[in-house]
Each structure stands twice: as structure tokens, then as C-alpha cells.
Design a protein around this ligand. Structure first.
Ligand SMILES: NC(=O)c1ccc[n+]([C@@H]2O[C@H](COP(=O)([O-])OP(=O)(O)OC[C@H]3O[C@@H](n4cnc5c(N)ncnc54)[C@H](O)[C@@H]3O)[C@@H](O)[C@H]2O)c1
Length: 369
């Protein structure tokens, strides 16, 4: 167990996902949340009472000198502006996905972080879990040889049946690509490296959605983004991945990700989870064989990316959820929409290094450094 002095965190945005981050401090003692803020004062007050911290205004939170890192858990439409406010206030930032609404916003965040010398780290951090890290180890060890092809499927009926405030999922910055492809792309980039080119077709199947969850049940919300996007991604490694991201599908039985190498095939677990089964099959007469996972971060470990940022600052090494990768993912997501809008293949201008794998056996709140 680490004896390092914890980094002090302030949360901005005390909505649905914030609970997972408040809970993460119990798993990762390197994180100490001292205060929270929300445009909705009631939400901040409720979180503060639950987690025994202070509720303050956003301005007061940013002005405090006892906070090192801001956790930006606001909605996508506020991600870049809140991150830039925090950087200008001298704080490092870990934010929820997506990194920004478009390349211009994303570049402004990257440039500001570089000019201030502060760090920005961005979800998803699920790729640090035992599932994707096991796939990474197997691929790096050559278990299936060079990856030549693969498939990635996230298809569901959308979020208006469970999220209390689902409007943002159908505005710019939402949709199945910006909301969900971010998990699949981050996992794939971790596993096989950056993306070179994208082509897509897309549909906005329903012009509106009716909320069926409380408290806004019956309210009709506009759909401003494509909700079914079918893409082909060419990676710099040469791998060709077929990807379908959809909020228009009631049910399916495709595996979340499969990778096919020169010597065998791999089933990769759902990249929106930390664990799951990793399976290999070496030829078409062979069954699928489950593999032992390389680390024990397999439950809901949301916040592990913020813990990695805290260790990275202390140990002066790059954070694994680094902003170059988050920007590259954003660039590819924007390109998926541009490719369908224009009917052309879009070449990707950005690139990034694969984040370092977690050390084998990382457990118990430590990340092995
Ligand atoms: N809900 C999930 O299961 C889930 C899972 C993974 C990631 N995420 C991501 O986390 C982010 C937040 O999602 P959520 O479900 O918690 O949304 P939410 O709507 O429940 O909560 C967002 C909160 O941020 C506050 N907020 C918005 N703009 C703000 C600003 N400028 N300053 C201060 N507060 C502001 C809102 O008042 C609200 O309380 C989204 O980007 C989402 O994609 C959500």
C-alpha cells in the first residue's frame, strides 16, 4: 500500500457519474476529494452531505489553494470550458469523456495545458482494468500475431430509458460515437496503436426521443446527432476494424470487440467495463479458451485514471489517460461523422503513443510505480 501523500481533489459536476468517483477514493487512497461544486447547488449540497466534504461555488473551488486536481464531471457541452477554467486557475484536470466537442475545442485545451505546464487526463479509464490490460499483454507477447482485422459493436436503444437527464446524449457531443465509441477507440488504440483513416455511413433514425425515465418521463427531446454509425477504420499498424455504434438497436448478440491476427483470434471484453472474459482461439477447429487476467482491477474502478494522474504527477511520468490520446480519439470521432457527411474516406491528422501498460499484478490501490 502506498504511503505517498494523497493528491487533493475538487469535483465540478455532481450528477449521475460522480458517485463512482466519490467511491473511487475508497479504493485509491492517493485520491482525497476535499470539496465539490455544481451549477445546481442542490446537487453539490447533496454530494457534500453524502461524502462529508464541502460544497462551494465553482469560482470558490477554483480559487482554493488546497486543491491540486479538478475532476471535471460536467456534461460534454461544458467539458472544454470547465477544463480551461481549471487550467487557468493552476489546477491539473481529470475529465470525463468526451475530451471536447470538436478538434478546435480539443486543441485549445491541449495548447493551454502545454503552455501552463499542467496535466490533463481524460476518461475512459476502463482500459486500465484487468480485461483490456490482459488483451494488451497477450498482443504484446504475440499471442495471435500481427492483428489484420477486427470488429467492434456497441448497439443499444439509447439512454432515455434510464438516465434522469438524458438530453445531452442527443446533442452535439453526444450520440453513440461521442458517447460510446470513445471506449472502443481508446481500447483499440491501447491494443493496436493509432488510427490512420476512417470511412462511415450514418443515419439519424428518429428526429425526437421520448424520455421514459423519471423525473422527466414523457418529455420529448430533439435528436441533433446521427444515432447509427457504421465505420471502417484503418490503423497505422495495417489492421482494418469494422465498427458499428448505434442507439437504434433493441438487442444484438455480437461480441463487443474481436481481433483477428495472423496466428489466431481474440475476444476482447466490453471496453465499457474493467473486467470480463478474454478468450483466444488459434484456429477454426479450436474452441475459445479463457485467459487469466493480469490485474485485479476488474470491478467498477472508474477513477483509476485520476489515481494514475496523481501517481504520474508525484513520480514525474506521463499519465496513462494522456491528452494526446484523448485528442486523437476526438479527432477520429469527428472524422467518423465527417466521413458519413461527405461520403469520403477521411485521413486522420493526429496520432499518439500507446499508453504504457500497467505493471503486472497491480492491485490494492497501487498502480505499481
Ligand atoms: N452517467 C453515466 O453512467 C456515465 C458513465 C460514464 C461517463 N459519463 C460521462 O460523465 C459526464 C457526466 O455525466 P452524468 O451522467 O453524471 O451527467 P449528469 O447530467 O447527471 O450530471 C452532470 C452535472 O454537471 C453539472 N454541470 C453541467 N455544466 C456545469 C458547469 N459548467 N459547471 C458546473 N456544473 C455543471 C450539472 O448541473 C449536473 O449536475 C458526461 O460527459 C458523461 O458522458 C457518464
Amino acid at each position: 500500500m502506498s504511503t505517498l501523500k494523497p493528491k487533493r481533489l475538487g469535483v465540478i459536476g455532481c450528477g449521475n457519474i460522480s458517485t463512482a468517483y466519490f467511491k473511487a477514493t475508497q479504493t485509491f487512497p492517493i485520491l482525497n476529494i476535499v470539496a465539490c461544486a455544481d451549477l445546481n447547488k442542490e446537487a453539490a449540497k447533496k454530494a457534500a452531505e453524502t461524502w462529508n466534504i464541502e460544497a462551494v461555488s465553482v469560482d470558490d473551488l477554483l480559487a482554493r489553494d488546497d486543491i491540486d486536481i479538478i475532476l471535471n464531471l460536467t456534461i460534454p457541452q461544458a467539458h472544454a470550458s470547465v477544463t480551461m477554467q481549471a487550467l487557468k486557475a493552476g489546477k491539473h484536470v481529470h475529465l470525463e469523456k468526451p475530451f471536447a466537442l470538436d478538434r478546435d475545442e480539443g486543441k485549445a485545451v491541449v495548447d493551454l495545458a502545454k503552455s501552463t505546464g499542467l496535466r490533463v487526463s481524460c476518461a475512459p479509464d476502463t482500459f486500465l482494468g484487468g480485461g483490456i490490460q490482459t488483451c494488451r499483454k497477450l498482443l504484446d507477447d504475440g499471442a495471435i500475431g500481427k492483428v489484420v482485422a477486427g470488429t467492434a459493436f456497441m448497439m443499444c436503444p439509447g439512454h432515455e430509458s434510464w438516465h434522469p437527464n438524458p438530453g445531452f446524449y442527443y446533442a452535439k457531443g453526444g450520440g453513440p460515437v461521442f458517447d460510446m465509441a470513445t471506449y472502443y477507440l481508446t481500447a483499440l488504440i491501447t491494443l493496436i496503436g493509432p488510427v490512420k483513416a476512417v470511412s462511415s455511413v450514418a443515419a439519424t433514425t428518429y428526429a425526437t426521443r421520448t424520455i421514459t425515465s423519471e423525473p422527466r418521463k414523457g418529455e420529448i427531446i430533439p435528436v441533433e446527432v446521427p444515432t447509427h454509425v457504421s465505420s471502417t477504420l484503418v490503423f497505422h499498424s495495417g489492421a482494418i476494424i469494422t465498427m458499428v455504434m448505434s442507439f437504434d438497436v433493441h438487442r444484438h448478440s455480437n461480441h463487443p470487440i474481436e481481433l483477428h491476427g495472423e496466428n489466431g483470434s481474440m475476444q476482447v471484453p466490453d471496453p465499457n467495463t474493467f473486467g470480463g472474459e478474454v478468450k483466444l482461439s488459434m484456429n477454426r477447429r479450436d474452441d475459445w479458451h479463457a485467459q487469466d487476467l493480469v490485474n485485479s482491477y476488474t470491478d467498477n474502478m472508474r477513477g483509476i485514471g485520476a489515481a494514475d494522474l496523481a501517481f504520474a504527477i508525484i513520480n514525474d511520468r506521463p499519465q496513462r489517460c494522456h491528452s494526446d490520446m484523448a485528442f486523437h480519439v476526438l479527432d477520429v470521432m469527428q472524422a467518423m461523422h465527417e466521413a458519413s457527411d461527405t461520403g469520403t474516406q477521411v485521413m486522420i491528422g493526429s496520432s499518439c503513443e500507446r499508453p504504457a501498460p500497467l505493471p503486472m499484478g497491480a492491485a490494492g490501490g497501487d498502480l505499481g510505480d
